[in-house]
Design a protein around this ligand. Structure first.
Ligand code: NAD
Ligand code: ZN
Ligand code: ZN
Length: 361
């Protein structure tokens, strides 16, 4: 029997989100029904409601979540009712060309639930990143559920489901920061601060935080930034070179995704350094760079999809580090809110007042 629960939807482009009743089907083959306990508000949810991802309105928002499995489809073997899980948007297929060559973190054919959640009149909902977890219950593919140590707080664990994993992974997996390197992170929201934390955990010698907002730079220090630059007041390229012996940093992570920040990243990196783009650009922007500089500066220009994470490998490990006191993930949770406060959370995000607002159910 399908169940009716409360969920947060974006009905049309730019309109404020609303709490409404959604219909969640019983899990079929390969699916799991999850009782959501916590779900963080990510910038990507705002991108969805602004029509910046696609036009498949109405969207069921929310995708950084943790909860407890209520039931699973008939053929699901490695997941059962009462398992505590973090939801992921990379349920790897095991068969695509990335998976077959042993790089499942790039999986090109990830699984989502086959059945759609709907409004009560039957209108199908597009679940944000195939999750849709600003809802009391959500239907996902069983592979989207990653079991972790249940002693972690749900509002902390859920953050690994998207932005914090993307940032940590941009540093740890995509850039593969090594002990002693210099790292610059542009944009110190939840994603950028997680990249700063990842760089610190990897043993970076210098971690330079760049933002346009002094409050964000203050917070960035709590995650391991050794230096900060306000790019409204200082030229980023000059500033980074000044803090790295005149050379630029070994790794620059762009956690904003504007042409301006990408250009700063490109030129504030040392010769043969790595640029990692983890911020998601708007669909209409382009960038022009002298091709000779692309060649002559060497190194690599990479993108980081979801921190190139493998949920089954990374989530349990990161939760363990957190529970041992070695990864202060709780610092990302600025506030916990009710399901009816997502729109206000977007406003606070826009005003730079929060790292993460987390809906607790
Ligand atoms: N690659 C992925 O898999 C992935 C996953 C999650 C989120 N993201 C993306 O990462 C980006 C950041 O997400 P977030 O949740 O941290 O957002 P956020 O809004 O919390 O943080 C953005 C930060 O960038 C700063 N900023 C804005 N313009 C700037 C500029 N020109 N120069 C320097 N700093 C600037 C803001 O002050 C803010 O601190 C978004 O684009 C989001 O969609 C990517
Ligand atoms: Zn695959
Ligand atoms: Zn997200």
């Amino acid at each position: 029997m399908a169940q009716d629960v409360r969920g947060v939807i974006a009905r049309s482009k730019g309109a404020p989100v609303e709490v409404t009743t959604i219909r969640v089907p019983e899990p079929g083959p390969g699916e799991a029904l999850v009782r959501v306990q916590a779900c963080g508000v990510c910038h990507t949810d705002l991108h969805y409601r602004e029509g910046g991802i696609n036009d498949d309105f109405p969207f069921l928002l929310g995708h950084e979540a943790a909860g407890v499995v209520e039931s699973v489809g008939p053929d699901v073997r490695d997941l059962a009712a009462d398992d505590f899980v973090v939801l992921n948007w990379r349920a790897v297929c095991g068969r695509c060309r990335a998976c077959s060559r042993g790089e499942p973190w790039y999986c090109f054919s990830t699984h989502n639930a086959t059945q759609r959640m709907t409004l009560t009149d039957g209108t199908p909902l597009a679940a944000a990143l195939g999750i849709g977890a600003f809802a009391e219950k959500t239907l996902v593919a069983a592979g989207q559920c990653t079991k972790v140590d249940p002693s972690v707080k749900p509002e902390v664990a859920g953050l690994l489901g998207c932005g914090v994993m993307a940032g940590l992974g941009a540093a740890l997996n995509t850039a593969a920061v090594r002990r002693g390197e210099t790292v610059t992170v542009i944009g110190c929201g939840g994603v950028g601060d997680a990249a700063i934390l990842g760089a610190a955990v990897a043993g970076a010698r210098t971690v330079i935080a760049v933002d346009v907002d002094d409050r964000k730079l203050e917070w960035a220090k709590q995650f391991g930034a050794t230096h900060t630059l306000n790019s409204r007041a200082t030229d980023v390229v000059e500033g980074v070179r000044g803090l790295t012996g005149g050379f630029g940093s070994d790794v620059v992570i762009d956690a904003v995704g504007h042409p301006e920040t990408y250009r700063q990243a490109f030129y504030s990196r040392d010769l043969a350094g790595r640029v990692v783009l983890v911020g998601v650009p708007r669909p209409d922007v382009t960038i022009e760079l002298p091709l000779l500089d692309v060649f002559g500066r060497g190194g690599s220009l990479k993108s980081s999809w979801y921190g190139d994470c493998l949920p089954s490998r990374d989530f349990p490990m990161l939760v363990d580090l957190h529970l041992q006191g070695r990864l202060p993930l709780e610092k990302f949770v600025t506030e916990t809110i009710g399901i009816d406060q997502v729109e206000q959370a977007f406003e606070k995000m826009h005003a730079g007042e929060v790292l993460r607002s987390v809906v607790v159910l």
